[in-house]
Design a protein around this ligand. Structure first.
Ligand SMILES: [Zn+2]
Length: 198
């Protein structure tokens, strides 16, 4: 923790050295994409993409799960984030990025006992709802990729997503990131469920 505090303490010095880049952030944000990924500490969107402050709007959840569009009386933070990105910020692309060694997808595949973590159990059960295609437990990459595609399907159930797809102003993308090599594979819709290295 101490190193984190120390960095935060001296961060204004870094900002002052790059004042022009940061000062314009006070004028607002026009991020290029909504980046949906896992909360996993090994996945750092700005490192992967080289995004500067203001370029990526982020939604991070356990297992990069996108919950179904909620009923009016049961709002979710995830839906609010997605709606804001699309309707207010007018992002043009949504990237759902799964990753290697994902604890959440691994737990789903293995059917782990999550009784000590009921919130995690409910989140995985409710949000996947049997939509993750069955996969060999030894094929975690394949399962993570199928899981990312399933989240794109869920996104298509959001009114704001449907509208923007209908008018051709939104792209949906599924990525797979390897935490130990840094490699990124992307879904190639023309090749079914296949992912290919960038
Ligand atoms: Zn994960």
């Amino acid at each position: 923790m101490q190193s984190l505090v120390e960095h935060a303490r001296t961060f204004p010095e870094h900002v002052a050295a790059n004042a022009k880049d940061f000062e314009r952030l006070a004028d607002g944000q026009t991020p290029e994409a909504l980046f949906v990924t896992c909360s996993d500490s090994r996945v750092v969107p700005s490192l992967i993409t080289g995004a500067r402050p203001g370029q990526l709007f982020e939604l991070r959840t356990a297992g990069n799960i996108v919950p179904p569009y909620p009923a009016e009386d049961r709002p979710t933070g995830e839906a609010a984030t997605i709606e804001y990105a699309l309707r207010m910020l007018q992002v043009r692309d949504i990237i759902v990025c799964g990753h290697s060694h994902c604890g959440a997808v691994g737990a789903i595949l293995r059917g782990d006992d999550l009784s000590a973590m009921p919130a995690v159990r409910h989140w995985l059960a409710r949000c996947t709802d049997g939509r993750t295609p069955p996969a060999d437990a030894g094929d975690l990459p394949g399962a993570v990729q199928a899981h990312a595609l399933a989240q794109l399907d869920t996104l298509r159930g959001y009114p704001a997503v449907r509208e923007r797809i209908a008018d051709g102003s939104l792209g949906l993308h599924a990525w797979y990131y390897e935490v130990h090599t840094g490699s990124v594979s992307v879904h190639r819709p023309e090749r079914g469920t296949e992912f290919a290295r960038l």
